[in-house]
Design a protein around this ligand. Structure first.
Ligand SMILES: Cc1cc2nc3c(=O)[nH]c(=O)nc-3n(C[C@H](O)[C@H](O)[C@H](O)COP(=O)(O)O)c2cc1C
Length: 440
């Protein structure tokens, strides 16, 4: 069956029926232009730029020229929420030497960028987006000097196979306590430079997310639900306690890892890969009771099962399932959680593969009470103006779509700066240069 991103409604409706993927479709997308109150803030519309790392910061962690270019393009584009990319809470938790890392020393450079984003959006659109910083420790995927330097919650034979990571790289309970302190400190810094909120990142199998499945770990961070969620809960509580009452504290949460028990969160305990919402719902209820109002929901591991995390037309392997099945797992899974914990506002992930029908599917799900904000990931690299076209024209331009070809990921995994190789000449040239270098 054809795996191309949709550029018309007919192809989508046919495949949705044939595959039984059950995604709803609305002709009227005007709900995407409605505001959404989050605490004392108001998102000017329901379209969100998901966190998308550019690996293009300075060595000291500050945003650099390419970072600025990316965010000013998004600011012009008019999305109501910008989920600012993974920003490390400590040097050893950086995923690459150019990952952003907010410190007291470079705080002014972040402050200036935020002022510019708001000014550009005000001038172009008449409003400023909500900007939330993703606060992270990369854990297993840490590479602060450009070579792997993993810091893990537990040994995972599914990922490590016959090369188990050395015991000294398993973080002790005391080391995890210090990560919690670093996350809270970064939340405070994020508030001081002018972010509207902070996301204690708990997704894609970085440190906090890996802990959710630390079923066999001993001590205060493993075993019971309470222990496995400790770092997330305590970092959220600490951030809420030390930041002002208007500051949004949220999390980007993996609710399904796609690995069998005891190595996956949100899966049945029968060794299958079936989604089990019991613990994710419990965790959402705990977060709600702590005072969290918004959660950005996602699934999968971009290194090991990217078809779960970012359903693709073309990638490093051919997934057994059709990409629309991956999109459906993500969007209908999020909707089930929203129905279980309706007081929480949820932001969705994984819309890019839907192409021009993404606004129609997102609008239908928002109208049905499936989620509150529609988050676009790879699309923001290919088509930074997507929100303006949806809001003004009621549709996306098929010539500007992300084609889900995985070349942005390829650039990133090759140690370069990711962007859209198909639609953005700057990254097309970079990709060609990298390919030529490999051939020499
Ligand atoms: C190059 C690249 C960088 C990404 N960076 C981040 C990131 O910093 N933080 C994060 O939570 N997810 C990150 N993601 C995942 C996206 O936010 C998103 O979840 C994923 O692409 C699926 O959404 P989509 O189908 O709309 O692309 C990244 C994805 C790609 C391809």
């Amino acid at each position: 069956m054809n795996r191309r991103v949709y550029s018309d409604q007919k192809a989508f409706l046919e495949q949705n029926r044939e595959l039984g993927t059950g995604l709803p479709y609305a002709e009227d997308v005007s709900v995407l232009g409605k505001t959404l109150a989050i605490g004392s803030h108001v998102a000017p519309n329901r379209l969100a730029c998901q966190a998308m790392e550019g690996c293009d910061g300075k060595r000291n962690g500050a945003p650099d020229e390419l970072t600025r270019r990316r965010y000013l393009r998004l600011a012009k584009g008019g999305a109501g929420v910008i989920w600012f990319e993974a920003t490390a809470c400590c040097h050893e938790g950086r995923a690459n030497p150019r990952q952003l890392y907010l410190t007291k020393e470079n705080a002014d450079e972040f402050r200036t960028l935020l002022e510019e984003i708001r000014a550009v959006s005000m001038a172009e659109n008449g409003y400023a987006p909500l900007i939330i910083m993703q606060n992270t420790h990369s854990g297993r995927y840490s590479k602060p000097e450009g070579t792997p330097a993993p810091l893990i919650a537990y040994n995972n034979p599914l990922f490590e196979k016959d090369k188990p990571i050395e015991p000294f790289r398993i973080l002790s309970d005391e080391a995890l306590d210090r990560v919690g302190e670093a996350l809270v400190k970064s939340s405070r810094l994020a508030e001081s430079v002018g972010f509207d909120g902070v996301d204690i990142k708990c997704c894609h199998r970085y440190l906090n997310s890996e802990l959710l499945s630390a079923f066999e770990r001993e001590g205060r961070y493993g075993g019971s639900f309470e222990n496995r969620t400790r770092l997330l809960r305590e970092s959220v509580e600490g951030s809420l306690a030390t930041c002002g009452k208007d500051f949004i504290v949220t999390t980007r949460l993996n609710v399904y890892d796609g690995f069998p028990y005891p190595y996956g969160f949100g899966v049945k305990r029968d060794g299958s890969l079936e989604f089990d919402p019991e613990e994710p719902i419990r965790l959402l209820e705990v977060l709600r009771d702590l005072g969290v109002e918004l959660v950005n929901v996602t699934m999968g591991n971009p290194y090991v099962n990217p078809h779960v995390n970012r359903p693709f037309a073309k990638g490093g392997y051919e997934a057994e399932e059709h990409p629309l099945q991956g999109v459906s797992r993500m969007l209908l899974g999020i909707s089930d959680l929203k129905r279980a914990v309706p007081e929480l506002k949820l932001l969705s992930s994984g819309l890019s593969y839907l192409g021009t029908v993404a606004p129609n599917v997102a609008a239908a799900l928002i109208e049905e009470g499936g989620f509150d904000l529609a988050g676009f990931g790879r699309t923001v690299f290919a088509y930074p103006d997507f929100a303006r076209d949806i809001l003004k024209e009621g549709r996306m331009n098929p010539s500007n779509l992300c084609i889900c070809c995985s070349k942005c990921t390829e650039l990133m995994r090759g140690g370069s700066t990711p962007g859209c190789v198909i639609r953005d000449p700057l990254y097309r040239d970079l990709y060609q240069q990298k390919t030529a270098e490999k051939q020499v």
